[in-house]
Design a binder for this molecule. Structure first.
Ligand code: FES
Ligand SMILES: [Fe+2]
Length: 340
Protein backbone atom coordinates (compact mmCIF):
# COMPACT_ATOMS: atom_id res chain seq x y z
CA UNK A 1 0.00 0.00 0.00
CA UNK A 2 1.23 3.52 -0.74
CA UNK A 3 1.67 5.17 2.64
CA UNK A 4 -0.45 8.23 3.38
CA UNK A 5 1.45 11.49 3.22
CA UNK A 6 4.15 10.17 0.94
CA UNK A 7 5.39 12.55 -1.69
CA UNK A 8 4.64 10.07 -4.49
CA UNK A 9 1.41 8.14 -5.03
CA UNK A 10 3.30 5.41 -6.89
CA UNK A 11 5.10 2.48 -5.22
CA UNK A 12 8.45 3.44 -3.74
CA UNK A 13 10.20 0.30 -4.92
CA UNK A 14 10.59 -1.56 -8.19
CA UNK A 15 11.81 -5.02 -9.12
CA UNK A 16 14.79 -5.92 -11.28
CA UNK A 17 18.55 -5.44 -11.37
CA UNK A 18 20.21 -2.67 -9.41
CA UNK A 19 23.82 -1.55 -9.24
CA UNK A 20 24.90 -1.51 -5.59
CA UNK A 21 28.63 -0.79 -5.94
CA UNK A 22 31.52 -0.38 -8.34
CA UNK A 23 33.81 -3.43 -8.43
CA UNK A 24 36.89 -1.39 -7.64
CA UNK A 25 35.39 -0.38 -4.28
CA UNK A 26 35.42 -3.94 -2.94
CA UNK A 27 38.79 -5.68 -2.64
CA UNK A 28 39.27 -9.36 -1.79
CA UNK A 29 38.53 -9.98 1.88
CA UNK A 30 36.50 -6.77 2.29
CA UNK A 31 32.90 -6.28 3.34
CA UNK A 32 30.66 -3.24 3.47
CA UNK A 33 27.15 -2.26 4.45
CA UNK A 34 24.71 -1.59 1.61
CA UNK A 35 21.55 0.36 2.45
CA UNK A 36 18.90 -0.08 -0.23
CA UNK A 37 15.13 -0.59 -0.35
CA UNK A 38 14.81 0.46 3.30
CA UNK A 39 16.97 -2.50 4.41
CA UNK A 40 20.58 -3.27 5.15
CA UNK A 41 22.71 -5.87 3.43
CA UNK A 42 26.31 -7.07 3.78
CA UNK A 43 28.23 -7.03 0.52
CA UNK A 44 31.53 -8.89 0.56
CA UNK A 45 34.24 -10.33 -1.63
CA UNK A 46 35.75 -13.67 -0.65
CA UNK A 47 39.38 -14.69 -1.05
CA UNK A 48 38.33 -16.45 -4.28
CA UNK A 49 37.44 -13.01 -5.71
CA UNK A 50 33.70 -13.72 -5.92
CA UNK A 51 31.13 -11.34 -4.52
CA UNK A 52 28.32 -12.24 -2.11
CA UNK A 53 25.33 -10.35 -0.69
CA UNK A 54 23.49 -11.44 2.46
CA UNK A 55 21.11 -9.75 4.88
CA UNK A 56 23.08 -7.73 7.40
CA UNK A 57 21.47 -9.12 10.57
CA UNK A 58 22.87 -12.27 12.16
CA UNK A 59 20.17 -14.89 12.88
CA UNK A 60 21.90 -15.76 16.17
CA UNK A 61 21.51 -12.72 18.44
CA UNK A 62 21.01 -9.96 15.90
CA UNK A 63 24.41 -8.33 15.49
CA UNK A 64 25.02 -6.54 12.19
CA UNK A 65 27.77 -8.22 10.18
CA UNK A 66 28.84 -4.90 8.69
CA UNK A 67 29.45 -3.41 12.15
CA UNK A 68 32.78 -4.99 12.96
CA UNK A 69 32.44 -8.31 11.08
CA UNK A 70 35.11 -9.67 8.75
CA UNK A 71 35.61 -11.95 5.77
CA UNK A 72 37.19 -15.33 6.55
CA UNK A 73 38.03 -17.24 3.40
CA UNK A 74 34.80 -16.99 1.41
CA UNK A 75 32.48 -16.42 4.37
CA UNK A 76 31.43 -13.53 6.58
CA UNK A 77 32.25 -13.79 10.28
CA UNK A 78 29.85 -12.13 12.69
CA UNK A 79 31.57 -9.75 15.10
CA UNK A 80 29.59 -10.96 18.13
CA UNK A 81 30.13 -14.75 18.52
CA UNK A 82 32.08 -15.45 15.31
CA UNK A 83 29.50 -17.58 13.51
CA UNK A 84 30.41 -17.74 9.83
CA UNK A 85 28.08 -17.60 6.82
CA UNK A 86 28.95 -18.27 3.19
CA UNK A 87 27.65 -16.70 -0.01
CA UNK A 88 24.51 -18.85 0.04
CA UNK A 89 23.74 -17.66 3.58
CA UNK A 90 24.50 -21.08 5.09
CA UNK A 91 26.20 -21.12 8.47
CA UNK A 92 29.51 -22.91 7.91
CA UNK A 93 31.18 -22.59 11.29
CA UNK A 94 30.42 -22.09 14.96
CA UNK A 95 33.73 -22.55 16.69
CA UNK A 96 32.24 -23.45 20.08
CA UNK A 97 29.29 -25.69 18.99
CA UNK A 98 29.27 -29.45 18.40
CA UNK A 99 26.47 -29.13 15.88
CA UNK A 100 25.36 -26.24 13.65
CA UNK A 101 21.59 -25.64 14.13
CA UNK A 102 19.49 -26.25 10.99
CA UNK A 103 17.97 -22.79 11.21
CA UNK A 104 21.35 -21.06 11.33
CA UNK A 105 21.06 -19.37 7.96
CA UNK A 106 20.69 -15.87 6.62
CA UNK A 107 18.92 -14.74 3.46
CA UNK A 108 21.27 -14.42 0.48
CA UNK A 109 20.68 -12.45 -2.72
CA UNK A 110 21.70 -12.86 -6.35
CA UNK A 111 24.61 -10.65 -7.37
CA UNK A 112 26.33 -10.34 -10.72
CA UNK A 113 29.49 -8.42 -11.50
CA UNK A 114 29.87 -6.95 -14.97
CA UNK A 115 31.60 -3.99 -16.67
CA UNK A 116 33.17 -2.92 -13.36
CA UNK A 117 29.80 -2.78 -11.58
CA UNK A 118 28.14 -5.05 -9.00
CA UNK A 119 24.41 -5.62 -9.48
CA UNK A 120 21.88 -7.32 -7.24
CA UNK A 121 18.55 -8.79 -8.29
CA UNK A 122 15.76 -7.55 -6.08
CA UNK A 123 12.05 -8.23 -5.94
CA UNK A 124 9.54 -8.00 -3.12
CA UNK A 125 9.25 -11.78 -2.74
CA UNK A 126 13.02 -12.15 -2.45
CA UNK A 127 13.15 -14.59 -5.36
CA UNK A 128 16.19 -15.82 -7.21
CA UNK A 129 16.07 -15.12 -10.94
CA UNK A 130 16.15 -18.28 -13.04
CA UNK A 131 18.55 -16.61 -15.44
CA UNK A 132 21.22 -14.48 -13.80
CA UNK A 133 22.11 -12.63 -17.02
CA UNK A 134 21.91 -8.86 -16.93
CA UNK A 135 20.22 -6.78 -19.61
CA UNK A 136 22.73 -6.36 -22.43
CA UNK A 137 24.46 -3.12 -23.31
CA UNK A 138 24.40 -3.06 -27.09
CA UNK A 139 27.51 -2.23 -29.19
CA UNK A 140 29.71 -2.08 -26.10
CA UNK A 141 33.00 -3.92 -25.66
CA UNK A 142 34.77 -2.61 -22.57
CA UNK A 143 38.21 -3.70 -23.86
CA UNK A 144 38.09 -0.78 -26.30
CA UNK A 145 37.23 1.80 -23.64
CA UNK A 146 39.21 3.89 -21.18
CA UNK A 147 38.97 3.27 -17.46
CA UNK A 148 35.68 4.81 -16.36
CA UNK A 149 35.13 8.13 -14.66
CA UNK A 150 32.39 7.96 -12.07
CA UNK A 151 30.32 10.06 -9.71
CA UNK A 152 27.50 9.41 -7.32
CA UNK A 153 24.69 11.32 -5.62
CA UNK A 154 22.18 10.57 -2.93
CA UNK A 155 19.07 12.53 -3.78
CA UNK A 156 15.55 13.00 -2.55
CA UNK A 157 13.63 11.79 -5.57
CA UNK A 158 11.88 8.71 -6.96
CA UNK A 159 13.87 6.79 -9.58
CA UNK A 160 11.01 7.16 -12.06
CA UNK A 161 11.50 10.92 -12.05
CA UNK A 162 15.18 10.50 -12.92
CA UNK A 163 14.32 8.35 -15.92
CA UNK A 164 11.48 10.62 -16.90
CA UNK A 165 14.00 13.43 -17.10
CA UNK A 166 15.63 11.71 -20.08
CA UNK A 167 12.47 11.89 -22.19
CA UNK A 168 11.42 15.32 -20.94
CA UNK A 169 12.51 17.21 -24.09
CA UNK A 170 11.74 20.83 -23.16
CA UNK A 171 13.62 20.70 -19.86
CA UNK A 172 16.88 20.18 -21.82
CA UNK A 173 16.22 23.57 -23.37
CA UNK A 174 14.82 25.35 -20.30
CA UNK A 175 17.17 23.96 -17.63
CA UNK A 176 20.34 22.92 -19.46
CA UNK A 177 20.43 25.51 -22.27
CA UNK A 178 20.41 22.97 -25.12
CA UNK A 179 18.63 23.61 -28.40
CA UNK A 180 15.13 22.10 -28.23
CA UNK A 181 15.80 18.40 -28.88
CA UNK A 182 13.88 16.13 -31.19
CA UNK A 183 13.07 12.69 -29.81
CA UNK A 184 12.21 9.47 -31.59
CA UNK A 185 10.66 7.07 -29.09
CA UNK A 186 10.29 3.33 -29.66
CA UNK A 187 10.54 -0.14 -28.15
CA UNK A 188 13.30 -2.35 -29.44
CA UNK A 189 14.48 -5.78 -28.32
CA UNK A 190 13.93 -5.86 -24.52
CA UNK A 191 14.13 -2.16 -23.92
CA UNK A 192 12.57 1.20 -24.42
CA UNK A 193 14.71 3.54 -26.48
CA UNK A 194 14.73 7.26 -27.19
CA UNK A 195 16.95 8.77 -29.88
CA UNK A 196 17.57 12.41 -29.21
CA UNK A 197 19.23 14.94 -31.51
CA UNK A 198 20.15 18.35 -30.22
CA UNK A 199 23.00 20.83 -29.87
CA UNK A 200 24.61 22.91 -27.19
CA UNK A 201 26.71 26.07 -27.37
CA UNK A 202 30.16 25.43 -25.85
CA UNK A 203 33.65 26.84 -26.53
CA UNK A 204 32.22 29.49 -28.88
CA UNK A 205 30.59 27.03 -31.22
CA UNK A 206 27.46 24.95 -31.62
CA UNK A 207 28.17 21.30 -30.81
CA UNK A 208 25.66 18.96 -32.45
CA UNK A 209 25.08 15.52 -30.96
CA UNK A 210 22.92 12.44 -31.06
CA UNK A 211 22.20 10.49 -27.89
CA UNK A 212 20.43 7.15 -27.66
CA UNK A 213 18.77 6.62 -24.30
CA UNK A 214 18.36 2.90 -23.61
CA UNK A 215 15.91 2.15 -20.81
CA UNK A 216 16.81 -1.38 -19.77
CA UNK A 217 15.54 -1.66 -16.22
CA UNK A 218 13.99 0.64 -13.61
CA UNK A 219 17.42 0.60 -11.96
CA UNK A 220 19.56 0.91 -15.06
CA UNK A 221 19.55 2.93 -18.21
CA UNK A 222 22.39 4.06 -20.36
CA UNK A 223 23.17 6.82 -22.81
CA UNK A 224 25.03 5.97 -25.99
CA UNK A 225 26.77 8.69 -28.01
CA UNK A 226 27.34 6.74 -31.25
CA UNK A 227 29.00 9.49 -33.29
CA UNK A 228 31.35 11.89 -31.59
CA UNK A 229 34.01 14.02 -33.32
CA UNK A 230 37.27 12.23 -34.09
CA UNK A 231 35.53 8.85 -34.47
CA UNK A 232 34.98 8.50 -30.72
CA UNK A 233 32.01 6.90 -29.05
CA UNK A 234 30.88 7.11 -25.47
CA UNK A 235 28.52 5.45 -23.02
CA UNK A 236 27.14 6.87 -19.81
CA UNK A 237 25.70 4.24 -17.46
CA UNK A 238 23.03 5.53 -15.12
CA UNK A 239 22.27 3.34 -12.11
CA UNK A 240 19.31 4.23 -9.95
CA UNK A 241 18.65 2.45 -6.64
CA UNK A 242 16.15 3.44 -3.95
CA UNK A 243 17.82 3.88 -0.56
CA UNK A 244 14.47 4.11 1.21
CA UNK A 245 11.04 5.56 0.45
CA UNK A 246 12.48 9.07 0.30
CA UNK A 247 16.00 8.91 -1.12
CA UNK A 248 17.64 7.41 -4.20
CA UNK A 249 21.24 6.61 -4.93
CA UNK A 250 22.31 7.55 -8.45
CA UNK A 251 25.65 6.33 -9.84
CA UNK A 252 27.03 7.59 -13.13
CA UNK A 253 29.80 5.82 -15.06
CA UNK A 254 31.33 7.56 -18.09
CA UNK A 255 33.04 5.30 -20.65
CA UNK A 256 34.81 6.71 -23.73
CA UNK A 257 36.15 4.61 -26.58
CA UNK A 258 39.88 4.80 -27.22
CA UNK A 259 40.91 6.51 -30.46
CA UNK A 260 44.28 6.67 -32.28
CA UNK A 261 44.54 10.42 -31.50
CA UNK A 262 46.83 10.71 -28.41
CA UNK A 263 45.05 12.08 -25.35
CA UNK A 264 41.86 12.89 -27.23
CA UNK A 265 39.59 10.31 -25.60
CA UNK A 266 40.78 11.32 -22.15
CA UNK A 267 39.93 14.99 -22.80
CA UNK A 268 36.58 13.95 -24.19
CA UNK A 269 35.89 11.82 -21.14
CA UNK A 270 36.68 14.74 -18.86
CA UNK A 271 34.39 16.98 -20.88
CA UNK A 272 31.47 14.53 -20.84
CA UNK A 273 31.90 13.94 -17.10
CA UNK A 274 31.99 17.69 -16.44
CA UNK A 275 28.95 18.22 -18.65
CA UNK A 276 27.02 15.41 -16.94
CA UNK A 277 27.81 16.76 -13.46
CA UNK A 278 26.82 20.26 -14.52
CA UNK A 279 23.45 19.17 -15.90
CA UNK A 280 22.97 16.94 -12.88
CA UNK A 281 23.40 19.81 -10.44
CA UNK A 282 21.00 21.91 -12.51
CA UNK A 283 18.36 19.20 -12.27
CA UNK A 284 19.04 18.39 -8.65
CA UNK A 285 17.63 21.50 -7.08
CA UNK A 286 14.37 21.02 -8.96
CA UNK A 287 14.22 17.26 -8.32
CA UNK A 288 14.66 17.45 -4.57
CA UNK A 289 11.70 19.80 -4.14
CA UNK A 290 9.30 18.97 -6.96
CA UNK A 291 5.93 17.34 -6.44
CA UNK A 292 4.71 14.34 -8.36
CA UNK A 293 1.60 14.76 -10.51
CA UNK A 294 0.13 11.46 -11.55
CA UNK A 295 -2.15 13.27 -14.02
CA UNK A 296 -0.02 16.20 -15.17
CA UNK A 297 -1.28 18.92 -17.49
CA UNK A 298 0.80 18.32 -20.60
CA UNK A 299 1.10 20.18 -23.90
CA UNK A 300 1.83 18.88 -27.41
CA UNK A 301 5.56 19.62 -27.11
CA UNK A 302 6.03 17.59 -23.94
CA UNK A 303 6.61 14.39 -25.82
CA UNK A 304 6.94 11.08 -24.16
CA UNK A 305 6.35 11.49 -20.43
CA UNK A 306 3.31 9.22 -20.21
CA UNK A 307 4.89 6.54 -22.44
CA UNK A 308 7.86 6.41 -20.12
CA UNK A 309 5.57 6.12 -17.10
CA UNK A 310 3.58 3.31 -18.69
CA UNK A 311 6.75 1.36 -19.45
CA UNK A 312 8.19 1.99 -15.99
CA UNK A 313 4.99 0.92 -14.18
CA UNK A 314 5.44 -2.72 -15.18
CA UNK A 315 8.38 -2.86 -12.74
CA UNK A 316 6.52 -1.56 -9.67
CA UNK A 317 6.63 -4.08 -6.86
CA UNK A 318 3.22 -5.67 -6.17
CA UNK A 319 1.04 -3.74 -3.74
CA UNK A 320 -0.66 -5.43 -0.78
CA UNK A 321 -4.07 -4.05 -1.73
CA UNK A 322 -3.74 -4.80 -5.45
CA UNK A 323 -5.44 -7.69 -7.28
CA UNK A 324 -3.21 -10.69 -8.15
CA UNK A 325 -0.30 -9.73 -10.39
CA UNK A 326 -0.74 -9.33 -14.11
CA UNK A 327 2.96 -8.58 -14.52
CA UNK A 328 4.18 -8.45 -18.08
CA UNK A 329 7.64 -9.49 -17.06
CA UNK A 330 8.96 -12.60 -15.36
CA UNK A 331 11.52 -12.35 -12.57
CA UNK A 332 13.91 -14.03 -14.99
CA UNK A 333 14.38 -10.93 -17.13
CA UNK A 334 11.58 -11.78 -19.48
CA UNK A 335 10.83 -9.77 -22.57
CA UNK A 336 9.15 -6.45 -22.04
CA UNK A 337 5.81 -5.90 -23.60
CA UNK A 338 5.39 -3.04 -26.02
CA UNK A 339 4.09 0.19 -24.53
CA UNK A 340 2.70 1.51 -27.81
S1 FES B 1 25.01 -12.46 16.99
FE1 FES B 1 26.13 -13.16 15.32
S2 FES B 1 27.25 -14.80 16.08
FE2 FES B 1 26.08 -14.17 17.77
FE1 LIG C 1 18.15 17.01 -16.90
Amino acid sequence: MVAAGRRYDIPAYTEGWFQIAWSRDLAKGQLRKVKQFGREYTLFRGQDGKVGLIDDVCPHLGAHFSEGGSVQGNSVRCPYHAWEFDRTGTCTKIAYAKKIPKKAAVKSHTVVEKHGMIFMYRDKAGSTPQDAALPPIYDFDERNYLEPKTFEFNIRIHGQDIMENSVDSPHFWAVHGHAMPTNAFFTERDELRVDQTSSVHRFGQELHFKIEFHMAEPGFHYLHFPRLPGGAKAFVFSSIVPVDEEYTNHRITVMVRKTPIPGYSRVLQKFITWQMMKTYREDMQIWEHKEYHSRPVLCDGDGSIMKLRKWYAQFYEPQDDAPPSTAKRSPALGVLASVD
